[in-house]
Design a protein around this ligand. Structure first.
Ligand SMILES: *Cc1c(COP(=O)(O)O)cnc(C)c1O
Length: 438
């Protein structure tokens, strides 16, 4: 998927200078890592060939959902063509094969995130489900003297479950504030932590602004006061490979559909001790009588949290999506996307009256912006006419929009299959929108 040239050091240095790529010396041999072969990668994504409003699709809404490579699409077809059966309950061959594939995927996910045990990986329907599972579990562990800390950069799915939890338990919700660049204020965070803090809840990367949060620091400080930490990795997993043991994080959640997988499936990582402590999510509701009081699904981890028939195909191909992304390599993905971010930021900044929201020094390939005096929805509508897919609105982060006193933004978010040519199309589209609307 990428080219790794190993050749004589002089030539490498010259090429490196010409391309301004980093070189690093490995046992005397200079290795130069050249960008991804994007043209080849794009062939894996059938949807990128389609037209929208008569124009070639320029898909820049990757932070909402990523596109699906044919390897993953093929794996879904393969499952329904050859293995479709319910898992963990049949003695027949198909059921066993489906179960084996499902459990093999769990192990793939375990390895990818470097969890200690496979049973620390819980299949969920996505990030939102994972967060609610943990929030619900904590309801039985909190009382009115306890405190939960979230950040000002959170997605609604990271705010509402905690508000509901506080309503149920009487616990207090505190918020880590942010600055104009879109960075969390760590000195204020330090002052929010007390002996009453039971849970800290932050996203790894902000979906609205792209800020990469200092979660190592956040986790360490929370642990110093005995609080558990849940990290929302929905925006980080498409760009980096989190190592949950190294982070020493208590819970980590993500969705497959943001990392080349299908919708409707995701994972919750939890440390074994925590998962054993939390009650089953569906233990109190009506559904429990129907689906999860079967002793086979309720006994031990991970089945304790996986009542009912899951998205079996989704769970299996989540593993395929992880394989696909690893075959490209996260270090290459991050380097290439960073290049796209720099290129797009520079180009958009040349447009007079365009303001970018979220200028953290550490951010991923997300650009939120507005044209002065023009509603983001109108910009998005014109871009769509040109075949360009961006997100407009508050991005499920109304508190961030309130902070900037704006109704929303236009958000362009780039993936490893996007190109500089597509960014050029975006920039000329924004210029056109500005001309038409002002
Ligand atoms: C997308 C997203 C979510 C919600 O993910 P779902 O797949 O809709 O459950 C939560 N947090 C962040 C940061 C996101 O980007």
């Amino acid at each position: 998927m990428f080219k790794l040239f190993t050749c004589s050091s002089n030539r490498v240095k010259a090429v490196a200078r010409a391309l301004s790529y980093k070189t690093n010396s490995i046992s005397g041999v200079l290795q130069l890592q050249v960008m991804l072969n994007v043209n080849n990668i794009r062939k894996d994504f059938p949807i990128l060939n389609r037209k929208v409003n008569g124009k070639p699709l320029v898909y820049l809404d990757n932070a909402a959902t990523s596109q699906t490579p044919k390897q993953v699409i093929d794996a879904i077809v393969d499952y329904y063509s050859n293995y479709n059966a319910n898992i963990h309950r049949g003695v027949h061959t198909l059921s066993q094969e489906a179960t084996d594939l499902y459990e093999a995927s769990r192990i793939k996910i375990q390895k990818h995130f470097n969890a200690k045990h496979a049973h620390e990986i819980i299949f969920t329907s996505g990030t939102t489900h994972g967060i609610n599972l943990v929030a619900n579990g904590f309801a039985s562990l909190l009382n009115k003297n306890d405190e939960i800390i979230v950040s000002a950069l959170e997605h609604h799915s990271n705010i509402v479950p905690w508000q509901m939890l506080c309503e149920r338990t009487g616990a207090t919700l505190k918020v880590i504030p942010m600055n104009l660049e879109g960075e969390l204020l760590m000195d204020v965070y330090d002052t929010l932590l007390t002996a009453h803090t039971k849970l800290v809840f932050v996203n790894h990367i902000s979906n609205a602004l792209g800020t990469i949060n200092p979660i190592e620091y956040i986790i360490e400080k929370a642990h110093n006061v005995g609080a558990a930490v849940l990290i929302d990795g929905a925006q980080s997993c498409p760009h980096i490979k989190p190592n949950v043991q190294e982070l020493d994080v208590d819970f980590y959640v993500t969705s497959a559909h943001k990392m080349c997988g299908p919708t409707g499936v995701g994972m919750l990582y939890g440390k074994e001790a925590w998962l054993n402590k939390l009650p089953p999510y569906q233990g109190g509701g009506e559904m429990i009588d129907q689906v999860s009081f079967k002793k086979t699904t309720y006994a031990a981890l991970p089945h304790k949290f996986e009542a009912g028939t899951p998205d079996i195909a989704g769970g299996i191909v989540f593993g395929t999506a992880i394989d696909y992304m690893n075959s490209i390599g996260f270090e290459h993905i991050a380097a290439y996307e960073n290049e796209l971010l720099g290129y797009a930021t520079k180009a958009l900044q040349t447009i007079e009256g365009l303001k970018i929201y979220g200028t953290a020094s550490n951010k991923t390939s997300v650009i939120s912006f507005n044209l002065e005096g023009i509603h983001p929805y109108d910009v998005g509508t014109i871009l769509d006419k040109l075949g360009i897919a961006v997100r407009t609105g508050h991005h499920c982060t109304q508190p961030i929009m309130d902070f900037y006193k704006i109704p929303g933004t236009v958000r362009a978010s780039f993936a490893f299959y996007n190109t500089k040519e597509e960014i050029d199309i975006l920039v000329s589209g924004v210029k056109k929108a500005k001309m038409m609307l002002s």
